[in-house]
Ligand binder design. Structure first.
Ligand code: TXA
Ligand code: MG
Length: 334
């Protein structure tokens, strides 16, 4: 508890106040199935500038445009390969972002000047209603980066958003729309769709196997010319506590410093002397609870968090990717 307390920013569940705020060029944090986003009208350069300022994000890191329906995609991206159309038809609304060639309505502020733009239809009932109502008022899409400070842990509740950005947002102008806890918990899978084979730029709940099954096209696993992705920086998604990736075998003879936290599947016993931060029963629950658990570590002023990540080729890949970045590649050395 700090000594000085600003009045807390208050979230709302009123979709209409979110519509009004965004149509007036203000900011609104929106719930999605993955993480909360900090949204602004994708065609309003001033509002977009405030999104970058709120997050402390360099303007060279491009944003994702969120739209109401797959049928609107052509407004933002042209010349999509057939396989990408198959993907969006099968998976939207859902945790998939498509990066394709930008149309003239796309602002440089959105893409960081690149000739491609990222677009997705998020799967959250309140945000889908919000996007439809905005469209009727002439707001065709929303940029929405994760609503956290740049480099930090993404928010999966409205409370997380307020913890991070509450002092920046202006009550009575900006809005935090509370849609409950995010169900997926890790950011969308980003797929580059500028060539005849998909390239996964960021792993998420939609896996390489899903993409290949739906499209019948093989995913290219490496690219010499992958565009910049801010989430691909070595250090990202990091709490203040040091994240240490470990294994059940390494836990046997480890000694833990005071103020250590622990995240693992429920089936893995808590070692003596550490604070358990989550008990997910399966990899999907692990993903859904991970960011809240990392935030808990900071709230409880833990200095280290030991994590046993589930192994596998599904959402486990996205979990491992985020944890590697949170850990700055550090591994357990005891
Ligand atoms: O699940 C999500 O995608 C969440 C929710 C709020 O929708 N959003 C999200 O946004 O994760 P953000 O800004 O935190 O991450 C967007 C990622 C960044 O890594 C960015 O570099 C990449 O998308 N990106 C955006 N436009 C791109 C482009 N034209 N080419 C390559 N990467 C792009
Ligand atoms: Mg982010």
């Amino acid at each position: 508890m700090g000594l000085t307390q600003l009045p807390a920013f208050e979230a709302t569940s009123s979709i209409d106040s979110a519509v009004d705020a965004l149509a007036a060029g203000h900011l609104c944090a929106i719930p999605t199935e993955t993480v909360y986003g900090l949204a602004a009208d994708a065609c309003n350069a001033n509002a977009i500038a405030r999104v970058f300022a709120a997050k402390g994000r360099p303007t060279s890191h491009p944003l994702i445009v969120h739209i109401a329906h797959t049928s609107q995609l052509h407004r933002w991206i042209h010349d999509l390969p057939e396989w990408a159309i198959m993907l969006t038809t099968a998976l939207w609304p859902g945790p998939l972002t498509i990066v394709g060639r930008r149309t003239p309505i796309v602002l440089d502020a959105v893409t960081g000047g690149q000739d491609t733009v990222a677009v997705r239809v998020p799967n959250h009932p309140m945000t889908l209603e919000l996007l439809s109502k905005l469209e009727a008022r002439g707001v065709l899409g929303l940029v929405a980066p994760s609503a956290n400070n740049f480099g930090g842990v993404s928010p999966t509740t409205a409370e997380h958003v307020i913890d991070d950005l509450g002092t920046y947002l202006a009550q009575h102008h900006d809005v935090v729309l509370d849609g409950g806890a995010c169900t997926v918990g890790v950011e969308s899978t980003i797929v580059l769709a500028t060539q005849d084979q998909p390239i996964v730029l960021r792993p998420g709940a939609i896996t390489q196997a899903d993409i290949e099954r739906i499209t019948g096209v093989q995913v290219l696993t490496t690219s010499e010319k992958a565009p910049r992705v801010s989430g691909s920086l070595a250090s990202h998604y990091a709490p203040a506590a040091q994240v240490i990736l470990t294994t059940v075998a390494d836990l046997q003879d480890a000694t833990f410093s005071k103020n250590s936290g622990f995240i693992a599947l429920d089936s893995i016993a808590t070692p003596e002397g550490v604070t358990r931060l989550a008990n997910p029963k399966n990899p999907a629950e692990f993903a859904a609870q991970l960011y809240a658990a990392l935030r808990q570590a900071d709230e409880q002023q833990l200095t280290k968090v030991y994590v046993v990540a589930p192994l596998g080729s599904g959402i486990e890949q996205a979990i491992a990717d985020r944890l590697r970045r949170a850990a700055h590649e550090s591994t357990m050395t005891t």
